[in-house]
Design a protein. Structure first.
Length: 451
């Protein structure tokens, strides 16, 4: 009976030891996140965020003759919500009529003045021509009287006859001059009437044109489709209160949703990798379960600086190959461009790479211990990086530095490997036992321990 408590105690200690072993072993394993070195084809990819736009679209224009009536800008007073589906001829937007209404009133007043002026000119010319005509008739009668007087003076003395002849010649000359003046006055009257009539007709046409333009201030859809707000030069959508100028009077767009493009911007570091024709994987943020394929169709030659950023970027357009009714303009896309594939290389997660003092290294498991192994890296993508020297396939690497990592020794690469990749060797640290200066220190006397 005395042995049973002893046996139970030993068994309990044994169970506690087993539990402690598993607990400590689990904790130790949890401290090290390990990844193995892989070998295979390594894709070089560039990932960017883009925005869907239609490859082609129908423009919805405002009034076409704003410049002819000298209106350079007009505000958007109202517009239907972005993404509304409309039929052909359906209302889309309306523009502010204040300026054109004032111009129409001014032109109506001007037209009334010109009409009054035309009436006055017509009356003045009629009166002037009538007086000229009466004068011409009177001169004609006077000429006939002179002729009769000449016929009656044939029995008079020669001096008297000569005097009558002179009077007759004067009358003929005056009549002839009056006829010429009448023709000139008539031509002048016609010219004055034409001038006034031209001004009146011009003002009338301008008023009619303004009224026609005013009718276009209610903008309608040229065909059926989905109305999409147009973006301004700064990327903001043109909505209520926005200004539309006479040179670019596009109010909205009707995109063709059968072909979509993802417009994105690549930074100047990666733009050299991107070429036309490269394949692309496209994801939609609004529908994470959907995946599409595409290809690069355009790469800008000149960089630009986006608003509120300092980095230079290049516009890239990616054609979406598939059609899906869920695709809508302005949706955010994640574009993964496959720029190249490197065959048969070793690669590891980027998290396994560490740097210090211009030395690149990894924490590698070497049996039961961990060493800092110097490595030479190559190209990388968003998640992984190529290792050109320093590790082998299936080597186990730590993704998080272990405890007391500063005390782990660094294993440098062989000199021939460093020379091959043109890497400077690691400088040797001076021995701790040596003095930092070049003086020779006298040896200390040995310590004698008395028994």
């Amino acid at each position: 009976m005395k042995r049973k408590p002893t046996i139970y105690g030993i068994a309990a200690l044994f169970l506690l030891a087993i539990v402690a072993y598993f607990l400590f072993s689990t904790n130790n394993k949890g401290q090290h996140i390990i990844a193995k070195v892989k070998k295979g084809n390594f894709p070089i990819e560039v990932t960017t965020t883009g925005e869907l736009i239609a490859k082609s679209s129908e423009k919805i224009y405002g009034p076409q003759a704003l410049r002819q009536i000298q209106i350079w800008q007009v505000k958007l007073q109202d517009i239907i919500p972005d993404g509304t589906v409309v039929d052909s001829g359906q209302y889309v937007a309306s523009l502010d009529r204040t300026e054109i209404s004032n111009k129409i009133k001014d032109e109506e007043t001007n037209l009334e003045k010109l009409e009054s002026q035309m009436t006055k000119t017509r009356l003045d010319t009629s009166l002037e021509l009538r007086n000229a005509c009466d004068e011409l008739i009177n001169l004609k009668y006077s000429l006939e009287e002179k002729k009769i007087t000449l016929d009656q003076s044939k029995y008079e003395p020669p001096a008297t006859i000569r005097q009558v002849q002179i009077e007759l010649e004067k009358s003929e000359r005056a009549h002839e001059q009056a006829e010429k003046n009448y023709k000139l006055r008539y031509q002048k009257a016609v010219a004055n009437m034409q001038e006034v009539s031209a001004s009146y007709n011009q003002a009338k046409r301008k008023l009619e044109q303004m009224n026609d333009v005013l009718k276009q201030f209610n903008v309608v859809a040229p065909k059926a489709g989905m109305v999409i707000y147009r973006r301004n030069w700064d990327g903001n959508k043109i909505g209520i209160g926005a200004t539309i100028n006479a040179w670019d009077n596009i109010v909205a767009e009707l995109p063709d949703l059968s072909e979509m493009i993802s417009k994105t911007y690549i930074n100047e570091i990666d733009i050299s990798k991107v070429k036309v024709g490269q394949p692309v994987r496209i994801g939609i943020d609004a529908f994470p379960e959907k995946q599409f394929t595409g290809k690069v169709t355009e790469v800008a030659n000149i960089g630009e600086q986006l608003q509120n950023t300092n980095a230079k970027v290049y516009e890239v357009r990616i054609l979406v190959k598939e059609f899906d009714s869920i695709l809508r303009p302005a949706m955010t896309t994640k574009n993964t461009i496959l720029t190249s594939i490197v065959d048969s290389v070793l690669f590891i997660p980027i998290e396994a790479i560490f740097n210090t003092d211009s030395i690149t290294f990894v924490y590698k498991k070497n049996g039961g211990s961990i060493v800092r192994q110097q490595v030479v890296v190559g190209q990388s993508n968003d998640n992984e990086i190529i290792v050109r020297a320093g590790v082998l396939e299936d080597d186990e690497l730590l993704l998080v530095p272990p405890e007391n990592s500063d005390k782990i020794s660094l294993e440098p690469l062989p000199k021939e490997t460093l020379d091959k990749f043109r890497i400077k060797p690691i400088p040797q640290k001076p021995d701790k036992q040596e003095d930092k200066d070049s003086t020779i220190r006298k040896p200390k006397a040995p310590l004698i321990i008395k028994k």
